[in-house]
Each structure stands twice: as C-alpha cells, then as structure tokens.
Design a protein around this ligand. Structure first.
Ligand SMILES: [Zn+2]
Length: 646
C-alpha cells in the first residue's frame, strides 16, 4: 500500500531507522524525534553510526553524553561513543574474564583479555545499544529514536546478540570442567561470581532480543530511494530484519521526483518510474510512504520541523520547497579532468566515500579508463552489499568475470564469508582428528577440551572475513599479474574499520596460533597451523602494501552536500592517519547550470558547498563529475564517464 504519511503509534518506545548511505535516514530519524518531542513525549535521539551525523543534520552540537537539544522541549540527543562503552565493559568485567580463562587453562592470563575483546569487534556497538536499552527499561525516556549505520553494518550489528550468546556459551564451557571436578571430588559445586557474570550477560542479551522483537514497543523503518542500488540493498536489509523477527510494517520512499518541464527533472523522473514500480512489487507487504525530492537539503531544526509535518500529517498541504532559503555564491570552476595519469603507475587503487555518492560508478569508470590505457585491470569489490554487478548491468559474483570484449577489464565480488567458512571447517575437521586419536583414553580433560577447542572457532572476530578478502586480493595480484587492482569498498565507517582490521586480525591470529600450537603435538592441527601462518604472512603484506605510496593510491568520492562534506573530511583524516596515500578527491553529481527553477536552486546550493570543499581540501587534487539526467549504469554510460579521465 502506498501511503502519504508515516504512522507512529504513541506506545512505540524504540524506533530504528536504517538504509543505504545517502538516502536520508538521519533526516528521517531527526524529523521523527522532533515529532515525538513536539507531541509531548520525552524523546532521546541516538546514533550508533560510527560516522555520526546527528549534529550535522540538526545543525546543532550533539555530544558523546546525553544532553538536551537547544530550543526544543522534551528532546535529548546523543552520538553513542561505542569505544567508550567497550572500555567501560572491560573495566567492569575484565578481571572476571581473566578468572574464567584461568580456570579453563586454555590461555595464558595475558592473552585472554585480548582474545575475547578481539573476538567481538562489534562488542562496542552492542554495549552502546545495551546502554540505550537500560534507559528504556528504567523508563527514563518515553521513546528512543535510533539512527543506525548504513545497511551492511546494521545487518552485522543485528546479528551481534546471537554472536554474544555464542561467546557466553564458550565461557560457560570453560567453567564446566571445574564444575564437574568440584561435584565429583567435593560432592557439590557452589556457583560463584563467574557464574553470576555469565547469567547476568545472558539475561541482558535476552532482554535485548525481546525488546527488538516486541511488536508493541519496537519498530524498524527502512529508508529507500527510487534507485536500483538502493532497492537491491534494502531488499537484503528487509530480509535480515524479517529473519530476526524485528517488527517492520512501513518504509519511507524518499526523494521521489515530481514532473517538471526540464530535461534533468524529467530524466530523473523517468529513471525513477521503473524502480518505483519494482519497490511497489517487492515491498507490497509494507506500507510505503512517499516523500518528495527537494531542491535543498533538509538540515536544521526549522526545516526538519516542516519535513516532520509533511512526514506524519496526512492533511499537510504546505510547500516544502519554500522552507529553506538558499545562499547563492559563485566559485571558480573546478577542472573537469579526472585523476588518470596519477593512477597509471599504481598497483592498487582504493575508492572510498559515504554510501550513495557513486563510489561504485567511479570505481567502474576508473577501471574502464585504466584498461583502455592497456592496463590489465581487476575491479575487486569488498563491500558486503556488492553493487558492481548492478553498476555494469551484468552478473559478476564470486568469480573473476570479464567485463569487456575489447579490453582487459575484469570484475570480482568476493564472497568473503565463504572463505571464512572454509577455514572454520578445516579447523573443525582437524580438531576432530586430534581428539579421535585420544579415543580409548579416559578422563574428563579430553571430553571437555574437545568441546572447548571445537567451540572456540565460533569466537572468530566478525570482520576477519574482510581481511581474508584482502589477503586473497594480494594473492590474485601475484598469480594473475594484473597491472592494477581497483578496490570498491564499503561505505565510510565500514571502510575505516576494514583498514584498521589487519592490526586486529593480526593480534587475534597470534593469540589463536599460540593456542593451536599447544595442541599441535606431532602432525596434528598441522593444516590449520599452516593456514594460520599463511594468513599472518598475508596480513603483514596487506598492512605494508596499503601504506606504500608507490603502490597504493586512494580516491575519495564525495558530492556537494553539507553533511557529506563533513563526513568526507572525517574519512580523509582517518585515511591519512592510517598512512594511506591520498591526494585525489572526486566531486560527483554536480548539477550543470540550466533554466529550470528546481535545478537552479539545487545548483546554487551545490556551488556553496563546492566552495566549502575547495577551502577544506587545499592539498587535494579535486575534479568534478557532472550530474547526468539518467542513472549511470551499464557499460555505455560508464564509458561516457570514463572519458572524463586523462
Ligand atoms: Zn530541472
């Protein structure tokens, strides 16, 4: 059912927004929170996106601790500091974890803390969400509106409670041996604080699961825009949400273009019509709320308030366009040439940016350009929500696929999860072989050790799959002698995490390796040990390659919108801090001047952000890509884009 407004029951206490980056989920979350506060509910607006944008959207400061939002009664906001929540967790429970490990005797005391915190790199965010849950349970707020990270990240976050359960089960197993011994030799086992800890955490995880699946209290609202890539990603998201049993009844279809007498506006509308039909068909079980494409950003309390009114009031008849005034300014034109020569001698080119800025199109066009210059080129996607196939309009998947008959251009959407599963399976098979060798020997040690050693593989850190993908990339570059490999990466927050992961994976592998060596008497676990040794070597290579300026280059992709400008700055800072060479910034979707009222308003606003970009990134080579009156999809469109390189 297509609906013209969102229904927000007053008894809802937890409203969660998610969607592909750049679709306006933060705007919708902020507007919803304003609406709830305005109708008298004490409202907390929270963000768990590692690349927070609440402050940008409200155009007001938002802290890492809860604080009132200036000028709005009943409204409070927080950008959850996930790493700090994790620190708190370690402070509170670190000693208990050490004690549990000590009793299990599988690890040295020093290893254990690392091992467990490394096993749950999303633990920080989970702790952040649990803090919010505590606030709801204590009835501190009537409603919490949550702005989450882009799709791929959110899917992972929602699987964390299950991961945490697994983790607690292994801890519990570690204690089992001692409990058994105590009951055999002392006649009984008296539970102590270690048991309490496991019980306490397990009950918190259950409470979170209950909250997330409670139809009366919780609602998940995906935000989508009428573009093929957003549609495909949202399909995956909705499937995950449904599987998790999280209540989902409505979705926001944002930025629906209306009919105007202008080639750009008409082109945009024509582009949307098929996708809108597909959205209607694929999400027919959801109530779909259409919101209009606007010529300006929805930013700041007054514009957000009008937007909220439009979002929830079925009788709204006002003019959203009129809500914002646009500052006009003119800037020097930026050169149109895209970075070509700078890349030609590179071995790896990483393309990064916020979701929705056209990263994949830029990656695809870069590939076409380099291949047309005679370079054997592979485009390698590590985004768990792959969109390379969508971009080329063909099916690529988990195998190297030729993308052009005339030039040497190949694509690969790596199935990192499968690589990880194969590694796990290898390990479990070997563990079984080892313990089958002990058959006939008696003793509780063997039985308990077997179980713990088998289960411990489930503590593999989420994200190790992506590191394995990077290792695979290095291997491919050696084996298949590509001249250049282009990395199409996941959105910002995720990308930064992935680049930091080799460090984390390394620590984890070392700790795990020690454990495996303890059991590696004779030839047992030899294959696992070899595999891990190879992985450790691979991780070292990934680390040294990424920071080598002769081999690796980074292209940042952005669009001229205020919120994205802010995020681009954060991204480029992180990239430089990690030591990755980056000098090129591509500004995508720049509206060319034309006669249309709507387009002109868009253009005026964009020009002011272009000026901002130029002021901020003085040491970058900036180039711009004009907005096309159609989506850039398929080899013909991409080739047109590739002509801008040189
Ligand atoms: Zn127009």
């Amino acid at each position: 059912m297509t609906n013209n407004c969102l229904t927000l029951r007053k008894n809802l206490t937890f409203i969660i927004f998610s969607g592909k980056g750049g679709v306006g989920k933060t705007t919708c979350a902020c507007a919803t929170a304003l609406h709830c506060a305005k109708r008298g509910q004490k409202t907390l607006l929270a963000s768990t996106d590692p690349a927070h944008s609440l402050a940008d959207s409200l155009d007001l400061p938002v802290g890492r601790a809860i604080g009132p939002v200036d000028g709005v009664d009943n409204l409070y906001a927080i950008e959850v500091d996930a790493p700090r929540s994790l620190e708190q967790f370690k402070q509170d429970y670190g000693n208990i974890l050490k004690e549990i490990a000590n009793r299990g005797t599988y690890f040295d005391r020093d290893d254990i803390n690392d091992f467990f915190s490394l096993s749950l790199p999303g633990l920080d965010e989970l702790m952040g969400i649990m803090t919010l849950m505590d606030l709801l349970e204590s009835r501190e707020y009537d409603v919490i509106v949550l702005d989450t990270a882009p799709t791929g990240h959110t899917i992972r976050l929602l699987s964390l409670p299950d991961h945490m359960r697994e983790w607690l089960r292994v801890l519990d197993l570690m204690l089992e041996k001692r409990r058994y011994m105590a009951s055999v030799f002392a006649g009984r086992y008296v539970p102590d604080y270690t048991d309490d800890f496991i019980k306490h955490m397990a009950s918190k995880v259950s409470a979170l699961k209950n909250l997330l699946t409670d139809h009366t209290r919780t609602q998940f609202i995906p935000v989508i825009i009428p573009e093929a890539m957003s549609l495909n990603e949202t399909e995956k998201l909705v499937k995950t949400i449904k599987n998790q049993g999280i209540p989902l009844t409505q979705m926001i279809v944002n930025r629906v273009a209306s009919d105007r007498k202008c080639a750009f506006c008409q082109g945009r509308r024509a582009d949307q019509i098929n996708t809108l039909r597909e959205i209607d068909y694929k999400f027919k079980m959801l109530s779909r709320v259409h919101l209009p494409l606007l010529p300006h950003e929805v930013r700041g309390i007054s514009v957000l308030t009008v937007f909220a009114e439009r979002m929830v009031n079925p009788d709204y008849r006002g003019m959203l366009d009129a809500a914002a005034t646009v500052q006009t300014s003119t800037v020097m034109p930026i050169q149109a040439r895209l970075p070509g020569k700078e890349l030609i001698e590179k071995k790896y080119v990483i393309i990064g940016g916020k979701g929705g800025v056209g990263k994949t199109s830029v990656a695809a066009a870069t590939g076409l350009y380099l291949a047309s210059q005679g370079k054997k080129t592979l485009i390698f996607s590590t985004d768990p929500a792959h969109s390379l196939s969508d971009s080329f309009g063909c099916s690529i998947g988990n195998q190297i696929t030729s993308l052009s008959g005339s030039i040497q251009l190949y694509g690969l959407e790596i199935d990192a999860q499968r690589m990880l599963d194969e590694f796990k399976q290898q390990y479990v098979e070997e563990i079984n072989e080892v313990f089958n060798g002990f058959l006939g020997e008696s003793g509780v040690d063997v039985a308990f050790d077997r179980e713990v050693m088998t289960e411990i593989i489930s503590l593999i850190p989420p994200g190790l799959d992506e590191v394995m993908a990077l290792i695979k990339l290095m291997e491919l570059s050696d084996e298949k002698d590509y001249d250049v490999i282009i990395l199409d990466t996941a959105p910002t927050g995720h990308l930064i995490r992935m680049l930091e992961l080799p460090e984390l994976a390394m620590k984890w592998l070392h700790t795990f390796f020690k454990l495996v060596l303890k059991y590696q008497n004779g030839d047992s676990l030899q294959k696992t040990a070899d595999l891990m040794f190879e992985m450790i070597r691979g991780v070292r290579k990934v680390q040294s390659t990424l920071v080598d300026p002769d081999h690796t280059g980074f292209i940042g992709v952005t669009v001229p919108e205020a919120m994205i400008v802010e995020e681009t700055e954060k991204l480029l800072e992180s990239i430089q801090r990690l030591g990755v060479n980056s000098r090129c910034l591509v500004v995508n979707m720049v509206t060319p001047p034309n006669q249309c009222y709507f387009c002109n308003k868009v253009q005026a606003q964009q020009q002011s952000y272009m000026a901002d970009l130029r002021a901020r990134f003085t040491n970058y080579q900036m180039s711009e890509i004009p907005l096309f009156p159609h989506q850039v999809r398929g080899i013909d469109n991409l080739t047109e884009l590739a002509r801008l390189f040189g």
